[in-house]
Design a protein around this ligand. Structure first.
Ligand code: DX5
Ligand code: ZN
Length: 225
């Protein structure tokens, strides 16, 4: 199955006082804008929520990859799909019926994603892959940008990729946390094909150029260069 890399800059690392401009800065270069929603319960940090996503949706055409780090996603996630998010990812640790929520999200017109945090094994979730469009493997502990990439998390990426290949599933495997020029190749090599990058994009002098560089590095490891 031919896969080209998805590069999804995380606006968590952008200037929140200029959100629309910061998203415009990656348009044309990035595939998705990654939106980290944190609720100060599931993770200690607090970021943005539905009203901001609704407003921002009107300011750009770039697909939104919404990463919900919140408790009770059954209650809140569908509204993000209704607000026009392209992909809505919720955490396995916060949801007791991931299949039901994935079905709800798909019915609301979004792709459905399941995120696996640093301390959660992926094995119990492999049988759910047919119900999902994306699996997000955290390569840090969810909650804050700017942390160091944990290479041992790539074992989970390999497990998901192996299962997807065996069962011939069309699923995106996304990695999130510490993705930069010096880590993206190993993630691509392990089987990831969607890459979230906050600091590596918005910390760069030229975000669009940083995206192009990440894309080239990933594509080369995916055999697409
Ligand atoms: C952290 C978020 C990430 C974060 C990544 O919990 O899910 O999306 O923005 O930031 P970097 O790329 O700086 O590690
Ligand atoms: Zn994220």
């Amino acid at each position: 199955m031919e896969r080209s890399p998805i590069i999804a800059p995380s606006i968590l690392a952008s200037d929140f006082s200029r959100l629309a401009e910061e998203v415009h800065a990656i348009e044309g270069a990035a595939d998705w804008a990654h939106v980290d929603v944190m609720d100060n319960h599931f993770v200690p940090n607090l970021t943005i929520g539905l009203p901001v996503v609704q407003s921002l949706r009107k300011a750009t055409d770039i697909p939104f990859d919404v990463h919900l780090m919140i408790t009770d996603p059954q209650r809140w996630a569908p509204a993000y799909a209704e607000a026009g998010a392209y992909n809505v990812t919720f955490h396995a640790e916060a949801c007791d019926d991931p299949v039901a929520l994935a079905k709800t999200l798909r019915a609301a017109g979004a792709k459905a994603g399941l995120a696996i945090d640093r301390d959660t094994p992926v094995e119990p979730y492999l049988e759910l892959l047919p119900y999902l469009d994306t699996v997000l493997i955290m390569t840090i502990k969810a909650g804050f940008g700017g942390q160091s990439f944990l290479p041992e998390m790539l074992e989970k990426v390999r497990d998901v990729r192996r299962r997807a290949e065996v069962n011939q599933l069309e699923i995106r495997i996304e990695v999130d946390g510490g993705i930069a020029a010096d880590t993206i190749e190993q993630a691509a090599e392990a089987g990831a094909d969607a890459f979230v990058a906050g600091t590596a994009v918005y910390g760069a002098a030229d975000p669009a150029e940083a995206i192009r560089k990440l894309r080239a590095l990933a594509a080369a490891r995916m055999g697409l260069a």
